[in-house]
Design a protein. Structure first.
Length: 115
């Protein structure tokens, strides 16, 4: 199916994460914060490859696609409980769509995109 073995895919993701966190990068202020959800996806993908269980990158993508919008009310309640201003529903859905695009490109093309 893929070009790389799972071990090579995991290494590619880990190397990219190291690159992002390198002090030699000249990213503008707030760049990594803006891409925080994609960085989280990379960490989840690494866990998928390290655990070698039923939790696969493809299942992670499917979980994002099957996101239930009825969870928004619960999310708002949890954020308010901790005194955090929640994202608007539109912003949260936009972030989920960006994550789906990122995961799709990884699962089917083994490309890291969106940075």
């Amino acid at each position: 199916m893929g070009y790389f073995s799972d071990k090579a895919k995991c290494k590619k993701l880990k190397d990219y994460l190291v690159h992002l966190n390198s002090t030699s990068n000249n990213f503008p202020e707030g760049y990594l914060k803006h891409h925080e959800s994609k960085i989280h996806c990379i960490k989840c993908l690494i866990q998928c490859y390290e655990m070698r269980g039923e939790f696969t990158p493809k299942k992670l993508l499917e979980a994002y696609i099957d996101y239930n919008t009825n969870r928004y009310d619960t999310y708002v309640q949890e954020m308010q409980r901790f005194g955090i201003v929640p994202l608007s529903e539109a912003q949260q859905l936009k972030n989920i769509l960006m994550d789906i695009k990122f995961l799709y490109n990884w699962v089917y093309y083994e490309r890291i995109t969106g940075f």
